[in-house]
Design a protein around this ligand. Sequence first.
Ligand code: DQA
Length: 146
Amino acid sequence: GTIHVVNGPNLNLLGTREPAIYGRTTLADIEAMCRAACERHGISLVFGQSNHEGEMVEMIHRASGSLGVVLNAAAYTHTSVALADAIKAVGVTAIEVHLSNVFAREAFRHHSYISSVARGVICGFGAQGYRFAIDALAESRATTAA
Ligand code: DQA
């Protein structure tokens, strides 16, 4: 099986972007962590990032039929009906991830268009959240196969 990790706008700048909030971990570090987690489970990984909403829609389309999508939609979390519709359209399992605890931040970050179509939400655990999401997808695969 394959897991797709989809990252949204400005996450390419992790490491130097607002380090007080997002830490010094780069997106390449997160990719390496995700790759190690998938290897442990014997799962293939497709890891991507885009600053463009439509490209993210297409990344979700390409995840159709996979084990699931780990989605950090970044600011599009709070604005995008299109990303939520894409998840519904392909019927893929999605886990919403945020590095920061969005509920401890500005009120506009408290609403997510993704949450209602997601299997679950992980936020506030930094890069580890991606690993938790991969472990969850891998374990639910084992459950449904049994
Ligand atoms: C984020 C939280 C969003 O509110 C913000 O717009 C981001 C990153 C996070 O990972 O904490 O760009 O998704």
